[in-house]
Write a protein that binds this ligand. Structure first.
Ligand code: FAD
Length: 368
């Protein structure tokens, strides 16, 4: 019997046993609420993310015999999400001095811009993600970061970055669903002992479930030390890329330098061209991932640090430090000259709250 504090460390999830991949398939994949985060495949070698019927990419069982160990079902962010239990575990007493509102628990928030020119050149917004990871790596708080890069045609890829130069390859937003959590498996296999991860709210939820589950298995999750979550209203299937190719990219996305969602448009920037293509979001709504429609988390509420663009001026990132380690990283990066910070104005904060509320309401409506 542990002390009260020890007991609070783990979330008592419904049973691990007697729930196998078939249950996951029935409850999540067949219901079309899989968000393709990759958590199930990251921690079970019997699952892979493969092309299924009609070219749809989804988790597949690749062994003959299902041991019904229950991991995939317990880790999936779409089976059940004991949010307050997980918050209690991650924020614990620190949560007491922090704010708690529709944006989740947070200790501080800032508008952030990188002070590294080479990062700013490639970054989506203020380069906060890449700069904070660079600080954490240089200080030895992490020994690698799992990031999402892409191929020349903008298809996402996962990478275990171990150097500053490798970190920069992740800069920029890829608006395509991708099971990035599998990069954590690669990092563990590759011998990393202190892993940083950047990903979407659903991916952070999956990793937090693995971290906080009272479980009989050692899956190496204690090696994950820092979670940076991105704001996310929607993500899209690869069909979006095909649509953009047809619409404005002349047969290939190789010439595209950046995608950006601003207000009601998807902006497509081309290398060395001032002008950008503007595609109304209404025209690409049908490519939003089915599993995104039930999501209620806009700001990655369970991350150590959450980062987005809304709320700050163009060229800056909005950063919420939620945990002690999160705040330590932001403060340290500021002190050591990796980033500069500005106050977020009230109107900025209100616009984030408005979007967070919108996502909660639409997610709730669609899940009932
Ligand atoms: C699908 C998606 C939807 C988003 N929606 C919103 C939104 O509605 N509102 C908002 O304010 N911000 C949104 N963002 C976040 C925003 O686009 C920027 O990522 C954020 O502001 C950080 O910018 P930065 O310059 O600090 O990051 P950078 O320094 O440029 O680093 C970007 C990081 O994002 C990671 N990344 C890129 N694409 C993906 C991906 N598909 N999956 C996982 N990780 C990825 C990379 O690993 C990299 O480390 C979204 C991001 C994504 C990926």
């Amino acid at each position: 019997m542990g002390t009260e504090t020890e007991e609070r460390k783990f979330v008592r999830l419904p049973t691990f046993l007697e729930r196998g991949f078939l249950d996951l398939r029935n409850a999540v994949i067949a219901q079309r609420i899989c968000c393709l985060c990759g958590t199930c495949a990251a921690f079970c070698y019997k699952i892979d993310i493969l092309e299924g019927e009609g070219g749809k990419i989804e988790p597949k069982f690749i062994e003959e015999y299902d041991t019904v160990c229950g991991q995939c079902y317990a880790y999936c962010p779409r089976t059940f999400l004991p949010q307050s239990e997980i918050e209690r575990r991650i924020f614990g007493d620190e949560g007491k001095g922090a704010e708690r509102d529709i944006l989740g628990v947070y200790r501080s928030f800032y508008a952030v811009r990188s002070k590294k020119e080479d990062i700013l050149k490639r970054a989506q917004d203020g380069g906060a993600v890449t700069s904070l990871l660079a600080y954490a790596l240089d200080e030895g708080l992490i020994d690698c970061a799992v990031i999402t890069t892409s191929d020349a045609e903008w298809k996402p890829l996962t990478k275990v970055a171990r150097t500053y130069e490798e970190l920069k390859e992740g800069a920029g937003t890829k608006y395509t669903l991708y099971p990035g959590v599998i990069g954590v498996r690669d990092a563990i296999k590759g011998g990393c002992e202190a892993i940083g991860f950047v990903g979407l709210p659903c991916q952070i939820q999956g990793l937090r479930k693995v971290q906080t589950a009272e479980q009989p298995y050692d899956v190496g999750i204690t090696k994950v030390k820092l979670l940076i979550g991105l704001f996310c209203m929607d993500n899209f299937t690869e069909a979006l890329l095909d649509f953009v190719v047809k619409q404005c990219a002349g047969g290939s996305l190789e010439g595209v330098s950046k995608f950006e969602i601003r207000d009601k448009d998807l902006l497509v920037y081309e290398k060395d061209k001032e002008e950008k293509h503007r595609i109304p979001l209404d025209e690409v709504k049908s490519y939003v991932g089915a599993g995104c429609l039930v999501c209620m988390d806009y700001t990655a509420e369970l991350a150590d640090i959450s980062i987005g663009s809304v709320g700050s001026e163009e060229g800056w990132s909005t950063v919420f430090a939620r945990t002690e380690i999160g705040e330590e990283v932001v403060r340290g990066a500021l002190e050591k000259g990796y980033i500069e910070v500005m106050k977020i104005e009230r109107a900025g904060l209100e616009s984030i709250r408005r979007l967070a509320k919108k996502k909660k309401e639409s997610g709730m409506q669609r899940s009932t």
